[in-house]
Design a protein around this ligand. Structure first.
Ligand code: ADP
Ligand code: MG
Length: 705
């Protein structure tokens, strides 16, 4: 247990530190820093070689000594003159003449008009940046600057390297550095290490306290890296331990119904499917069968590109349960998708003994009560639904398999545990989660680390390729003429409208666009609308009309993003395509080219940002979902990785993926070994408390530990 008496420095609140002002306290709070311990965890983001205490003259000499110098210098100067240089649209230049006791020089800021408002003659500022010569004068372009606080002695940091901290407009990096320098000596000895000396020796890593010292006041870049590596490793290890602890708990403590599966059952199920399964689908079904014929709960992720045929695999899996007189459930992220799955599945099971039901939040009152009753008595074998399945009063008689479709729409840690009536607290169903958004390898090793992964490779045979075109809004009429031609040939299409904030509501823009198409380009066709705010009967009616061909064109919001499956729809038009994410565009495009008709996807957009441009280029370039996921990651950066946001798992502070992939592998190996030795970490209380603090809630470790 931690003894607060011994941690008096680490636990000191920052407001109790000397040199504190309310403004600094507020600024630190904004950076998430409340105590000295937080301050120490605020690691430098980079280091600058510091030629501190330079004069303008000595900087000129430094330049003269080297051919082309990348040197960074810090010079303290007084402003002589601030002259707005020029301004053209969003581009501007500000020229500032400054001097010290040795000479004069120029500082220029480009495209930062606010700097001009902050600077004035006679002000004392500290400039930090790269130097060059221009017309006989020393100059700095876009230097970092701060006003010199005469009460604040220049921060004396030993060594050549000056740490640069994430700062804000309200507090500078150098003030943070000086605060850390003040407390670090006293605080470091209070940091306990959760790794033993022996382990550290094997890992060739420094003790935690030393690692912090190496990060905050390194003598060399190598030393800083070594310190950072230890702290990054800890972050990765702690998450891996959490994930492994959970996996161990599920596999060793919990159990699921052991199902039976053989050729005969397999053939009976396959007889209901109107096409031959692909080899890849067969393989995945074998993997699932392998899992569910054991009483170790399955926890499997099925990934397969849009249109790869995951639904039929899900149906197979559910029927594995039903043939053994157990129940199965499938949960979809939208009512529309749940309704569609229900329809597909009911059709395929027509004439069989299997009792199916649909449970969404549209079902209310007596009807809902009656259905829930049937679920709890086991009268219903197979339920398709939405989140509505997760409400407390939905209790199964004997559920063996629970499937979540389009998992990425739910968030990672949705603990979709459908429950049984039985009072065996250790009984859970086998679970399968399905996604069309491939999970990058780095993530599959972290937050998804306790899932086994199956992949459907490729698409079913006989699909025609999809042609994707980027069209300027001024040319949109050509797109709609083309759509009209396809409709004349008996085909159908979608027109997707984004949720545009400027136009008040999603609802209006869809409705307005549908109306204008119906009265304009598409006056000879029947236009229908679906969006998320419609009553389910109304929406189901329109979808049915679209499926049976009464409606030719469906104008929709992104409610049709996932799962909608109408083979005769061959054209997808996406208005304001620049507003959609890459994965979303891929999903939307996946609504066409699902049958033998060649698919066409027209993206109407004139992108205004570079990211949007890159997204549109990527989607035009390839239809391969894995390639698109990679591009998405490159464009957005790892900060917004799929699911990471919804997962509730705090992003790593120090570790960076994929850069630290090797370190992650190392952490994963250690975690596996560790959990084998000590499954609930009871022998490592300090580590355990750090783990629970960091991820206990997000990983749902409450019942595990
Ligand atoms: P997704 O993986 O995107 O959920 P679906 O399960 O909706 O894909 O399947 C897309 C379409 O492909 C459906 O119409 C389905 O009936 C069809 N399909 C699935 N597997 C096969 C197959 N092996 N051969 C032919 N068509 C298939
Ligand atoms: Mg699907």
């Amino acid at each position: 247990m931690q003894n607060t008496g011994e941690k008096k420095h680490l636990l000191t609140t920052i407001s109790d530190l000397p040199k504190m002002t309310q403004a600094r306290i507020d600024a630190l709070h904004e950076l998430g820093i409340y105590r000295v311990s937080n301050l120490l965890k605020h690691l430098p983001t980079r280091y600058e070689t510091h030629h501190g205490g330079m004069t303008i003259e000595s900087a000129e000499q430094l330049l003269g000594d080297r051919e082309s110098s990348p040197e960074l210098v810090t010079i303290e100067v007084t402003i002589c003159k601030v002259s707005p240089g020029w301004r053209r649209g969003r581009k501007s230049k500000l020229e500032v003449a400054v001097e010290d006791e040795t000479s004069r020089m120029h500082a220029n800021w480009f495209n930062q008009p606010w700097v001009a408002r902050a600077l004035h003659p006679d002000m004392r500022i500290r400039l930090h940046g790269a130097i060059s010569m221009h017309k006989g004068f020393l100059q700095m372009n876009n230097p970092r600057w701060e006003e010199i606080d005469e009460d604040e002695p220049t921060v004396a940091i030993e060594g050549d390297l000056r740490p640069v901290y994430r700062a804000s407009e309200l507090i500078s990096s150098s003030v943070i550095a000086s605060l850390i320098a003040d407390v670090i000596e006293d605080a470091l000895p209070e940091i306990d290490d959760h790794l033993s000396d022996e382990m550290l020796h094997d890992l060739s890593m420094p003790k935690l306290a030393d690692a912090y010292a190496m990060c905050h006041k390194p003598e060399t870049e190598d030393q800083a890296r070594e310190g950072r590596r230890r702290i990054a490793y800890d972050e990765l290890l702690i998450l891996q331990l959490g994930v492994m602890m959970k996996r161990h708990h599920r596999r060793e403590t919990m159990h699921a119904p052991q199902l039976e599966w053989n050729e005969d059952i397999k053939n009976r199920i396959e007889a209901r499917i109107p096409f031959a399964l692909t080899e890849s689908q067969q393989n995945v079904i074998e993997e699932i069968a392998n899992d569910v014929t054991s009483n170790t709960p399955m926890n499997r992720l099925l990934q397969g590109d849009v249109g790869s045929g995951k639904t039929v695999v899900a149906l197979h899996a559910m029927l594995m349960a039903v043939t053994c007189n157990a129940q199965a459930a499938m949960m979809a992220p939208t009512e529309l998708l749940a309704e569609q799955h229900f329809k597909t599945i009911s059709n395929q099971l027509k004439g069989s003994q299997v009792k199916t039901a649909l449970l969404t939040s549209s079902l209310t009152g007596k009807e809902r009560k009656a259905l829930i009753k049937k679920i709890s008595t086991g009268e219903i074998d197979l339920v398709v639904g939405t989140h509505a399945l997760l409400t407390d009063d939905v209790i199964f008689s004997n559920i063996a398999i629970a499937i979540t479709d389009e998992q990425h729409r739910f968030g990672v840690q949705q603990r979709a545990l459908l429950r049984n009536k039985s009072d065996d607290a250790y009984a859970i169903p086998h679970t399968l989660v399905m996604t069309a958004t491939p999970i990058p390898r780095t993530l599959s090793l972290t937050i998804f680390g306790d899932l086994d992964v199956s992949t459907i490779k490729g698409l079913p045979p006989g699909r025609s390729p999809i042609t994707t075109r980027l069209v300027q809004p001024s040319e949109a009429n050509k797109v709609y003429y083309y759509l009209m031609e396809l409709i004349a040939k008996g085909q159908q299409g979608y027109v997707v409208v984004p949720l545009v904030e400027e136009t008040q509501s999603e609802l209006k823009s869809a409705v307005a666009h549908a109306e204008s198409l119906q009265n304009g380009f598409l006056k000879n066709a029947k236009v229908g609308i679906v969006h998320g705010r419609m009553k389910s009967e109304e929406r189901e009616l329109t979808m049915e009309q679209f499926r049976n061909g009464t409606v030719d064109v469906l104008v929709a919001t992104t409610v049709i993003e996932v799962g909608v499956d109408v083979a005769n729809a061959s054209m997808m038009v996406i208005e304001h395509a620049d507003r959609f994410g890459l994965a979303q565009l891929h999903q939307l495009r996946g609504r066409v080219g699902r049958g033998t008709l060649p698919g066409v996807c027209a993206l109407i957009a004139s992108p205004t940002t570079e990211d949007a441009q890159l997204r549109l280029e990527a989607i035009v370039e390839t239809t391969d979902g894995f390639r698109i996921a990679e591009r998405d990651l490159e464009i957005r950066g790892p900060g917004e990785l799929f699911g990471a946001k919804q997962s509730g798992i705090a992003p790593f502070k120090v570790a960076r993926l994929p850069r630290d992939l090797e370190l992650l592998r190392l952490a994963r190996r250690s975690a596996v070994e560790w959990i084998k030795r000590d499954p609930t970490l009871e022998r490592s209380p300090l580590l355990k408390s750090r783990l629970m603090h960091a991820h206990g809630e997000a990983l749902g470790l409450g019942d595990v530990a």
